[in-house]
Design a protein around this ligand. Structure first.
Ligand code: PEP
Length: 250
Protein backbone atom coordinates (compact mmCIF):
# COMPACT_ATOMS: atom_id res chain seq x y z
CA UNK A 1 0.00 0.00 0.00
CA UNK A 2 1.14 3.57 -0.71
CA UNK A 3 2.48 5.60 2.19
CA UNK A 4 2.80 9.37 2.48
CA UNK A 5 6.16 10.76 1.32
CA UNK A 6 7.80 12.10 4.48
CA UNK A 7 8.52 15.81 4.95
CA UNK A 8 11.26 17.32 7.08
CA UNK A 9 10.15 20.91 7.73
CA UNK A 10 12.08 23.67 9.48
CA UNK A 11 10.41 26.49 11.40
CA UNK A 12 12.87 29.33 11.93
CA UNK A 13 10.39 31.17 14.19
CA UNK A 14 11.49 34.79 14.90
CA UNK A 15 15.08 34.16 13.85
CA UNK A 16 17.07 35.13 10.80
CA UNK A 17 18.33 38.14 8.87
CA UNK A 18 19.32 38.67 5.26
CA UNK A 19 22.65 36.97 5.91
CA UNK A 20 20.79 33.82 7.05
CA UNK A 21 19.93 33.15 3.41
CA UNK A 22 23.44 31.67 3.24
CA UNK A 23 22.24 28.86 5.59
CA UNK A 24 19.38 28.13 3.20
CA UNK A 25 21.80 28.01 0.27
CA UNK A 26 24.09 25.70 2.26
CA UNK A 27 21.13 23.44 2.99
CA UNK A 28 20.17 23.33 -0.68
CA UNK A 29 23.73 22.32 -1.52
CA UNK A 30 23.75 19.55 1.12
CA UNK A 31 20.36 18.24 0.01
CA UNK A 32 21.33 18.22 -3.67
CA UNK A 33 24.75 16.74 -3.14
CA UNK A 34 23.83 14.07 -0.59
CA UNK A 35 20.36 13.40 -2.02
CA UNK A 36 17.18 13.43 0.07
CA UNK A 37 16.47 9.75 -0.48
CA UNK A 38 12.88 9.51 0.57
CA UNK A 39 11.67 12.83 1.97
CA UNK A 40 10.68 16.34 0.94
CA UNK A 41 12.41 19.28 2.65
CA UNK A 42 10.93 22.65 3.63
CA UNK A 43 12.09 25.79 5.43
CA UNK A 44 9.62 28.31 6.89
CA UNK A 45 11.61 31.51 7.58
CA UNK A 46 10.14 34.68 9.12
CA UNK A 47 7.97 36.74 6.74
CA UNK A 48 10.85 39.14 6.05
CA UNK A 49 12.82 36.40 4.29
CA UNK A 50 10.10 34.50 2.43
CA UNK A 51 10.34 36.39 -0.88
CA UNK A 52 14.14 36.49 -1.00
CA UNK A 53 14.43 32.83 -0.03
CA UNK A 54 11.80 31.72 -2.52
CA UNK A 55 13.21 33.77 -5.38
CA UNK A 56 16.72 32.41 -4.79
CA UNK A 57 15.59 28.81 -4.22
CA UNK A 58 17.03 26.33 -6.68
CA UNK A 59 14.49 23.58 -6.08
CA UNK A 60 15.52 20.88 -3.60
CA UNK A 61 14.15 22.77 -0.59
CA UNK A 62 10.66 24.31 -0.58
CA UNK A 63 9.86 27.62 1.13
CA UNK A 64 6.89 28.23 3.42
CA UNK A 65 5.60 30.64 6.05
CA UNK A 66 4.80 30.32 9.75
CA UNK A 67 1.31 31.82 9.90
CA UNK A 68 -1.16 33.91 7.91
CA UNK A 69 -4.29 35.98 8.41
CA UNK A 70 -7.56 34.32 7.41
CA UNK A 71 -8.73 37.21 5.24
CA UNK A 72 -7.37 38.07 1.82
CA UNK A 73 -6.68 41.77 2.44
CA UNK A 74 -7.91 44.76 4.40
CA UNK A 75 -7.50 46.74 7.60
CA UNK A 76 -5.41 44.28 9.64
CA UNK A 77 -2.26 46.17 10.57
CA UNK A 78 0.77 43.95 10.86
CA UNK A 79 -0.91 40.89 9.38
CA UNK A 80 -0.08 39.00 6.18
CA UNK A 81 -2.56 36.99 4.11
CA UNK A 82 -2.10 33.57 2.53
CA UNK A 83 -2.64 35.27 -0.82
CA UNK A 84 0.32 37.62 -0.13
CA UNK A 85 2.50 34.70 0.96
CA UNK A 86 1.66 32.82 -2.20
CA UNK A 87 2.65 35.94 -4.13
CA UNK A 88 5.96 35.98 -2.20
CA UNK A 89 6.67 32.38 -3.26
CA UNK A 90 5.55 30.31 -0.24
CA UNK A 91 4.09 26.91 -0.99
CA UNK A 92 3.27 25.80 2.59
CA UNK A 93 1.93 27.74 5.59
CA UNK A 94 2.04 26.54 9.20
CA UNK A 95 -1.18 27.31 11.11
CA UNK A 96 -2.08 26.76 14.75
CA UNK A 97 1.47 26.47 16.07
CA UNK A 98 1.25 26.30 19.87
CA UNK A 99 3.22 29.56 20.14
CA UNK A 100 0.51 31.26 18.05
CA UNK A 101 -2.24 29.58 20.09
CA UNK A 102 -0.59 30.72 23.35
CA UNK A 103 0.89 34.13 22.45
CA UNK A 104 -1.99 35.32 20.25
CA UNK A 105 -4.91 33.47 21.84
CA UNK A 106 -5.63 31.61 18.61
CA UNK A 107 -8.58 29.26 19.03
CA UNK A 108 -9.36 26.18 16.94
CA UNK A 109 -11.93 28.33 15.14
CA UNK A 110 -9.28 30.87 14.10
CA UNK A 111 -6.87 28.10 13.07
CA UNK A 112 -9.64 26.53 10.99
CA UNK A 113 -10.23 29.85 9.17
CA UNK A 114 -6.52 30.20 8.50
CA UNK A 115 -6.26 26.66 7.13
CA UNK A 116 -9.22 27.42 4.83
CA UNK A 117 -7.44 30.56 3.60
CA UNK A 118 -4.33 28.49 2.88
CA UNK A 119 -6.42 26.02 0.87
CA UNK A 120 -8.24 28.79 -0.99
CA UNK A 121 -4.85 29.88 -2.31
CA UNK A 122 -3.84 26.41 -3.41
CA UNK A 123 -1.12 26.13 -0.76
CA UNK A 124 -0.48 23.36 1.76
CA UNK A 125 -1.55 23.96 5.38
CA UNK A 126 0.55 22.42 8.14
CA UNK A 127 -1.99 22.26 10.96
CA UNK A 128 -0.39 21.94 14.41
CA UNK A 129 -1.93 20.19 17.39
CA UNK A 130 -0.52 19.22 20.77
CA UNK A 131 -1.14 19.04 24.48
CA UNK A 132 0.45 21.02 27.33
CA UNK A 133 2.33 19.30 30.13
CA UNK A 134 -0.59 19.79 32.53
CA UNK A 135 -3.01 18.24 30.03
CA UNK A 136 -0.66 15.29 29.55
CA UNK A 137 -0.31 14.78 33.29
CA UNK A 138 -4.10 14.85 33.61
CA UNK A 139 -4.29 11.99 31.07
CA UNK A 140 -5.98 14.20 28.49
CA UNK A 141 -3.46 14.00 25.63
CA UNK A 142 -5.68 12.13 23.19
CA UNK A 143 -8.80 14.13 24.04
CA UNK A 144 -6.98 17.46 23.51
CA UNK A 145 -5.13 16.44 20.36
CA UNK A 146 -8.12 14.81 18.65
CA UNK A 147 -10.33 17.73 19.66
CA UNK A 148 -7.91 20.24 18.11
CA UNK A 149 -7.67 18.07 15.01
CA UNK A 150 -11.44 17.83 14.57
CA UNK A 151 -11.92 21.57 15.05
CA UNK A 152 -8.87 22.99 13.24
CA UNK A 153 -8.70 20.82 10.12
CA UNK A 154 -11.24 21.92 7.47
CA UNK A 155 -13.76 19.50 5.99
CA UNK A 156 -12.22 20.05 2.55
CA UNK A 157 -8.77 18.92 3.75
CA UNK A 158 -7.02 16.36 1.54
CA UNK A 159 -3.61 14.69 1.79
CA UNK A 160 -2.47 17.09 -0.96
CA UNK A 161 -3.49 20.33 0.75
CA UNK A 162 -3.03 19.48 4.43
CA UNK A 163 -0.41 18.06 6.77
CA UNK A 164 -0.90 17.46 10.49
CA UNK A 165 1.94 18.23 12.90
CA UNK A 166 1.72 16.71 16.39
CA UNK A 167 3.79 18.89 18.69
CA UNK A 168 3.49 18.30 22.42
CA UNK A 169 3.85 21.82 23.86
CA UNK A 170 6.09 20.59 26.69
CA UNK A 171 8.58 19.17 24.16
CA UNK A 172 8.98 22.33 22.09
CA UNK A 173 12.35 23.96 22.65
CA UNK A 174 12.87 22.10 25.93
CA UNK A 175 15.09 19.20 24.88
CA UNK A 176 12.43 16.82 26.28
CA UNK A 177 10.78 14.33 23.91
CA UNK A 178 8.12 11.67 24.31
CA UNK A 179 9.26 8.08 23.85
CA UNK A 180 8.99 6.52 20.40
CA UNK A 181 6.12 4.40 21.78
CA UNK A 182 4.26 7.49 23.04
CA UNK A 183 4.67 9.20 19.68
CA UNK A 184 3.46 6.07 17.86
CA UNK A 185 0.40 5.85 20.13
CA UNK A 186 -0.81 9.39 19.52
CA UNK A 187 0.08 9.36 15.81
CA UNK A 188 -1.89 6.15 15.41
CA UNK A 189 -4.85 7.77 17.17
CA UNK A 190 -4.57 10.77 14.81
CA UNK A 191 -4.39 8.41 11.81
CA UNK A 192 -7.53 6.56 12.97
CA UNK A 193 -9.40 9.84 13.42
CA UNK A 194 -8.40 10.92 9.90
CA UNK A 195 -9.53 7.61 8.40
CA UNK A 196 -12.81 7.84 10.29
CA UNK A 197 -13.37 11.34 8.93
CA UNK A 198 -11.92 11.15 5.40
CA UNK A 199 -12.08 7.42 4.58
CA UNK A 200 -9.10 5.83 2.86
CA UNK A 201 -7.71 9.29 2.02
CA UNK A 202 -7.05 9.58 5.75
CA UNK A 203 -4.23 7.06 5.35
CA UNK A 204 -2.29 9.41 3.07
CA UNK A 205 -2.08 12.59 5.18
CA UNK A 206 1.49 13.24 6.30
CA UNK A 207 1.72 13.25 10.12
CA UNK A 208 4.78 15.14 11.36
CA UNK A 209 6.22 14.91 14.85
CA UNK A 210 7.63 18.14 16.31
CA UNK A 211 9.30 18.94 19.62
CA UNK A 212 13.07 18.96 20.24
CA UNK A 213 13.89 16.88 17.18
CA UNK A 214 17.62 16.86 16.46
CA UNK A 215 20.06 14.74 14.52
CA UNK A 216 20.75 12.53 17.55
CA UNK A 217 17.09 11.54 18.15
CA UNK A 218 15.59 11.81 14.64
CA UNK A 219 16.44 8.22 13.78
CA UNK A 220 14.39 6.78 16.65
CA UNK A 221 11.49 9.26 16.41
CA UNK A 222 11.08 9.04 12.64
CA UNK A 223 10.61 5.27 12.67
CA UNK A 224 7.62 5.50 15.04
CA UNK A 225 4.45 4.13 13.49
CA UNK A 226 2.50 6.73 11.50
CA UNK A 227 5.26 9.33 11.69
CA UNK A 228 5.88 10.81 8.25
CA UNK A 229 8.51 13.39 9.02
CA UNK A 230 9.34 16.17 11.43
CA UNK A 231 8.60 19.81 12.19
CA UNK A 232 11.82 21.24 13.58
CA UNK A 233 12.46 24.53 15.35
CA UNK A 234 15.90 25.17 16.87
CA UNK A 235 17.75 22.49 14.93
CA UNK A 236 16.57 23.92 11.59
CA UNK A 237 18.55 27.14 11.90
CA UNK A 238 21.88 25.68 10.88
CA UNK A 239 22.08 23.79 7.59
CA UNK A 240 24.40 21.14 8.97
CA UNK A 241 22.18 20.39 12.01
CA UNK A 242 19.04 20.22 9.89
CA UNK A 243 20.72 18.02 7.34
CA UNK A 244 21.57 15.63 10.17
CA UNK A 245 17.81 15.18 10.70
CA UNK A 246 17.23 14.63 7.00
CA UNK A 247 19.79 11.81 7.34
CA UNK A 248 17.02 9.78 9.05
CA UNK A 249 15.55 9.38 5.54
CA UNK A 250 18.77 8.65 3.66
C1 PEP B 1 8.59 23.99 16.69
O1 PEP B 1 8.65 25.15 17.00
O2 PEP B 1 7.75 23.64 15.86
C2 PEP B 1 9.52 23.05 17.32
C3 PEP B 1 9.27 21.79 17.20
O3 PEP B 1 10.60 23.58 17.99
P1 PEP B 1 11.88 22.77 18.57
O4 PEP B 1 12.32 21.82 17.48
O5 PEP B 1 12.90 23.84 18.83
O6 PEP B 1 11.43 22.06 19.77
Amino acid sequence: MNKPTPLVAGNWKMNGHANSLAEFEALETLVSEKGTASCDVLICPPYTLVAAMASGAKGPVAVGAQDCHFEVSGAHTGDISADMLKDAGASYIIVGHSERRADHAETDEIVLSKAKAVHANGLVAIVCVGETEAQREAGKTEEIVLGQLANSLPAEATPDNSIVAYEPVWAIGTGKTPTTADVAEIHTAIRSALVERFGTAGKMFKLLYGGSVKASNAGELMVAENVNGALVGGASLKAHDFDGIIDAYR
